[in-house]
Design a protein around this ligand. Structure first.
Ligand SMILES: [Fe+2]
Length: 357
């Protein structure tokens, strides 16, 4: 079965797509964003997938690709169009190539016009295509820099995308209104720039008069993306917490390894956010834990020391996940949740105080 996820980066309004074959667990990511690499790795982990490679549809001007950082973190390969001019890719793609994952593949189609190296990716059964910044939902990518060419774009859309089945779903690299998906049939009829009866001259006239502002990120993003993301904007953003072995989950919470916690009870502040009757109840509590119920945490956060990391605990790990959010809002940075809470702690046979089970 195909696993498919559409992921969003709010800063650049970029869509990243995860496709995977559930039978083999092999996955690809289309257009990953540097700042979202940690999130994408968490999702791959939770879904039990192995990232084979990343594919960038083109050299982006508005965000830095996550390709290189994902390669560093997961061992994935970097695929990039041969015409992109980018250095450092593991594989250079040409029109007609296939990017295989498990028993499925994405076919590569050259769709220049936004840049001269743009590609679109078409799923093997032609039910989905990823059009990058070529065809957008009721729009198109701009054609006024990076060797843009409106006439090349018009031909690419008509010859490579509008020739797909009417029902083929189209997923763009961006949408600035929050729209998520369209189809070949819809865009052929309703795209205001090149659908319906509009011809190549109409489109060229439209595109040369768009009067768009210069993209904010272009001076940083293009040089970084020409190296597949090696020269990233700020590598320190990706620094991992080093005070304990932590795991970041797709929900956005840092979780601590229970075994490490048991061995290092005194090096952290353990905050149990249950209610007093639970704290004294049959599940017991972790030695050294102090009770601050979740409802009181925001106003009592000042009782905690700034210099020692904090681990939050509750019955099953839900309230304590929210406690990490509250503590971060209160200015604490070294904070992690005990995933699974006291239930998992007890099930693993770890040390407790006052328990009667
Ligand atoms: Fe672009």
């Amino acid at each position: 079965m195909l696993i498919f996820r559409q992921l969003f980066d709010q800063q650049s309004s970029t869509y990243t797509y995860l496709l995977a074959d559930s039978t083999t667990g092999e996955a690809v990511l289309v257009d990953p964003v540097f700042e979202q690499v940690r999130r994408e790795i968490a999702l791959l982990g939770e879904l039990g997938l192995r990232l084979l490679y990343t594919i960038d549809t083109h050299v982006h001007a508005d965000h830095v690709t996550g390709a290189w950082m994902l390669k560093r973190r997961t061992g994935s390969q970097i695929a990039m169009s041969a015409a992109s001019g980018a250095e450092g890719a593991s594989r250079y793609l040409n029109h007609g190539d296939r990017c295989e994952f498990g028993t499925r593949y994405l076919g590569v189609r050259a769709t220049p016009g936004h840049t001269n190296g743009c590609i679109s990716l078409v799923l093997d059964d032609e039910t989905m295509a990823f059009t990058g910044d070529c065809l957008l939902i009721r729009g198109t990518g701009r054609t006024d820099f990076q060797h843009g060419d409106p006439r090349a774009m018009f031909r690419a859309v008509h010859e490579q995308i509008f020739t797909l089945p009417e029902t083929c779903l189209l997923f763009p690299a961006h949408d600035y209104r929050g729209l998520t998906v369209t189809s070949v049939g819809e865009e052929r009829r309703f795209n205001p720039r090149l659908g319906g009866e509009l011809c190549e001259d109409d489109f060229a006239g439209y595109m040369t008069n768009l009067r768009l502002p210069h993209p904010k990120q272009i001076d940083v993003a293009v040089p970084a993306n020409l190296t597949c993301g090696v020269a990233a904007s700020d590598p320190t953003q990706m620094a991992e917490p080093d005070w304990a072995p932590l795991t970041y989950n797709f929900a956005g919470i840092w979780e601590i390894n229970p075994q490490w916690l048991e061995e290092n009870l005194r090096s952290v502040q353990i905050v149990d956010v249950r209610e007093p009757d639970e704290f004294d109840g049959p599940l017991g509590r972790i030695p050294e834990a102090r009770l601050i119920s979740l409802g009181e945490l925001a106003k009592r956060a000042g009782e905690l020391a700034q210099e020692r990391p904090i681990v939050t605990v509750c019955r099953a790990g839900g309230r304590s996940a929210q406690a990490t959010v509250i503590l971060r809002q209160s200015g604490f940075e070294a904070v992690a949740n005990l995933a699974g809470g006291m239930l998992r702690w007890r099930a693993e046979g770890r040390v407790v105080e006052n328990g009667s089970m």
